[in-house]
Design a binder for this molecule. Structure first.
Ligand code: AMP
Length: 637
């Protein structure tokens, strides 16, 4: 059996230990938890606490607790812990010992050798201090590995020069440039790693040692505390316990916002005023939260550019983008990186565990073990719904076939994600939720996996918010729910085989259908040769042109939080959408009307079409009102 060399990610906020077993890397857990908070403390009765217990007491007993010791590695300083003083190496050794013990308990064998990771920017004395910490913990540190190199190895074990598991001669992996974006709790790094012929090298590294998810928490805490202060004239930041509770609550809320479009923060009895208890209850919107943290994320994007410049590479020369660190679960980061680098980032491997897994892979390679790629269950396709899209080019007629992904491709399973969408018509009573899988921006290129209607919505102006949530299990069972935010009205369906790939032939068919539809659509646009906007086919067919016939002339919703979509209606948008729906309804009613009524309908529909074509919004409204009155009468007749 090959020698055991464990991999350790000794992080500023959290640490992990991993091994390679039967060619597969895995992180070792304790009570199911793979993460050990990098916090060391002494309990009230003088017992050593490492990990979660120490972290839990930090706010209330900072004099007996040490966190973020990694920031002091390599410095000639001591930290106070209770009555004694310790070097940073000694504190780090306590964390390493705890991890070593965790591994020995789970594996039932002594653990002696380890690969330990450090940031690429660590200098010699910081690296030396890390080695010393390992030695103090009873570990032989066989290699100090750069964190971005470890992350790159997790996604490309072959880059480390391993022998394939089938024992065949190793195929030379292609040379690659991998950009590793690492945003943790307190630090940010971006590195460009070059891999070639088993040599992995960091070409450039930039970062900010004082930027991370903790700063996002502080910004959100300030926003919530300001709101509370405005309401009750009590500053939650002034009371230590209230502040600590709020900090925890906002961090949890921040994490929920990574998966859901909004969340509530509820803390009962958080303060008191004139003897009256005060409760905190507020809602946070992802869009507002993203606006709050945007300046910080922009700073990280500047570092990305610096790293590219230093490596003398353009964005197009980056072969893969890898996300590391818990804060990279923030969707805004993935979106901005994709915009800048022109490719989606890898997010298959848990970003908290990626570095530890890579360290274990490096350990296994040193020990001469075979290593396969890290296996994770992911969704191979994006899943989302059909909605309307407005844009400058489409001001006259919205794109009715916009695909709004909710769970993106390569998301680890199980996954639960939600987005908010809005109705676009006043008093819109129903909305159709049309669920697709695929990567096309247009749903007609994708595969429909199910659909349903939510009916009985509140009679309110356009902009009624619906929360669409997708829950996908490991077995490919997809639960889709739509909830009217203001009333809680909910409708949901379960789709059994949402992960089934659709056949190549079907995809080719979809493409052909799409090409046909585009040709049809062109003829429908103003100046086109075809009829003016009538329904062009079977509404059940995703290839149908025209507004789908949904119950009472309904249309899909618009997600305000999808960046490619416009935040609000433009001039004439709503009118033209309403007019299209009315025209469609007129066509349906016309089929059953008398000849005389048909003439009247044709006259009024003609007026609506003319006003639409000429973009006379005032006239359009008047014509629509008339048509609507006649339709009302004819429908009832
Ligand atoms: P790390 O230092 O890599 O362990 O990252 C820890 C940071 O990631 C903390 O600031 C966490 O609040 C943050 N984090 C963890 N999970 C999430 C999430 N789902 N969304 C946003 N931030 C997260």
């Amino acid at each position: 059996m090959a020698e055991l060399i464990v991999g350790i990610d000794l992080g500023t906020t959290n640490s992990e230990i991993a091994i390679v077993e039967n060619g597969q890397a895995r992180v070792l857990t304790e009570d199911g938890d793979p993460i050990l908070p990098s916090v060391v403390g002494l309990s009230e009765d003088g017992r050593l606490l490492v990990g979660r217990a120490a972290r839990n007491q930090w706010v209330l007993a900072p004099d007996r607790t040490v966190k973020s010791i990694k920031r002091k590695m390599g410095q000639d300083v001591k930290v106070q812990l209770g009555a004694d003083q310790f070097t940073p190496q000694e504190i780090s050794a306590m964390i390493l010992r705890t991890l070593k013990a965790r591994a020995e308990r789970e594996l039932g064998t002594p653990v002696v050798k380890a690969v330990i990771t450090v940031p690429a920017y660590f200098n010699d004395s910081q690296r030396q201090a890390t080695r010393e910490a390992g030695a103090l913990a009873g570990l032989e540190v066989v290699r100090i590995l750069n964190e971005p190199t470890a992350a790159a190895l997790t996604y490309n074990p072959a880059a480390g020069g391993e022998v394939p598991a089938d024992g065949a001669a190793p195929a030379a992996p292609p040379a690659e440039h991998i950009l590793v974006y690492d945003l943790g709790g307190g630090t940010f790094d971006v590195s460009i790693v070059h891999t070639e012929g088993g040599v992995v090298e960091v070409l450039a590294s930039h970062g900010d040692t004082q930027l991370g998810g903790d700063d996002f928490d502080e910004l959100l805490l300030d926003a919530v505390a300001d709101e509370f202060q405005e309401m009750y004239e009590v500053d939650l930041r002034e009371n230590r316990v209230a502040r600590a509770r709020l900090l925890r609550a906002v961090e949890e809320a921040k994490k929920r916002l990574s998966d859901h479009a909004f969340t509530r923060i509820e803390e009962e009895f958080i303060a008191e005023k004139d003897g009256v208890p005060l409760h905190l209850s507020t809602e946070v919107d992802r869009a507002d939260y993203e606006a709050l943290i945007r300046p910080l994320i922009d700073r990280t994007m500047e570092c990305v550019q610096h790293a590219l410049d230093d490596a003398k590479l353009t964005a197009a020369q980056i072969d893969q983008v890898v996300l590391v660190g818990g804060s990279t679960r923030t969707p805004l980061i993935g979106r901005l990186l994709e915009e800048r680098l022109g490719q989606p980032a890898h997010r298959e491997v848990n970003p908290d565990l990626c570095v530890a897994l890579g360290a274990a892979i490096q350990g296994a390679i040193i020990a001469g073990q075979n290593v396969g790629s890290v296996l994770v269950d992911i969704t191979p396709h994006s899943l989302g719904i059909k909605c309307l899209e407005y844009s400058d080019e489409l001001a006259f007629r919205p794109n009715e076939y916009k695909f709004a992904p909710i769970i993106r491709r390569n998301t680890p399973l199980p996954a639960s994600r939600s987005e908010v969408f809005c109705t676009v018509m006043d008093n819109q009573p129903t909305v159709e939720i049309d669920v697709y899988q695929g990567e096309g921006d247009d749903v007609r290129r994708n595969h429909r996996v199910g659909r349903f209607m939510i009916e009985g919505l509140a009679r309110v102006a356009a902009g009624n918010q619906l929360v669409v949530q997708l829950d996908l299990t490991l077995d490919g069972i997809l639960k889709v729910s739509a909830r009217e935010k203001s009333t809680g009205l909910v409708k949901q369906i379960t789709i059994e085989n949402a992960l089934a790939r659709y056949a190549v032939a079907e995809r080719a068919g979809a493409q052909a259908r799409l090409n046909r539809m585009w040709a049809d659509l062109e003829s429908l646009l103003p100046g086109g040769a075809g009829p003016d906007g009538g329904p062009g086919g079977d509404p059940a067919d995703p290839g149908a042109v025209g507004l789908p016939a949904q119950g009472g002339g309904l249309i899909s919703a618009v997600p305000p939080s999808v960046p490619t979509l416009d935040p609000g209606p433009r001039e004439g948008q709503r009118e033209s959408v309403q007019a299209r729906a009315l025209l469609e309804k007129a066509d349906r009613v016309r089929a059953k009307a008398t000849a005389e009524d048909q003439d009247e309908l044709d006259r009024l529909a003609g007026r609506v079409r003319d006003a639409l074509t000429d973009r006379r919004w005032g006239d359009l409204q008047a014509a629509c009102n008339e048509l609507s009155d006649v339709l009302f009468y004819l429908e009832d007749a």
